[in-house]
Ligand binder design. Sequence first.
Ligand code: SF4
Length: 91
Amino acid sequence: MCALDSEDRACKTLDPAWFDEDAEPTAVDRAKSACARCPVRWRCLCRALEGDEYGVWGGLTRTEREALRQPPRMLVALTTPRNRRAAVVAA
Ligand code: SF4
């Protein structure tokens, strides 16, 4: 469960165990469901992306947030020197 102190957060009265990313999948699903309707979801997710938080924040587990941080594969492919040259020639 996130540390946002917003009075509006959907997790305010929920069981913190649901937000443990190693909890039962049904618990994590409940947490994600709460996040989906949370009015401060994007602020929560941004806070989590700034740090290395554990648990479900902004509707995503730490593993899912790590995946968000990875650059898209196509972008990586186009930014390698060899492919960048090929892209310029093709343009
Ligand atoms: S997005 Fe999820 S974890 Fe973050 S404040 Fe809302 S309910 Fe809590």
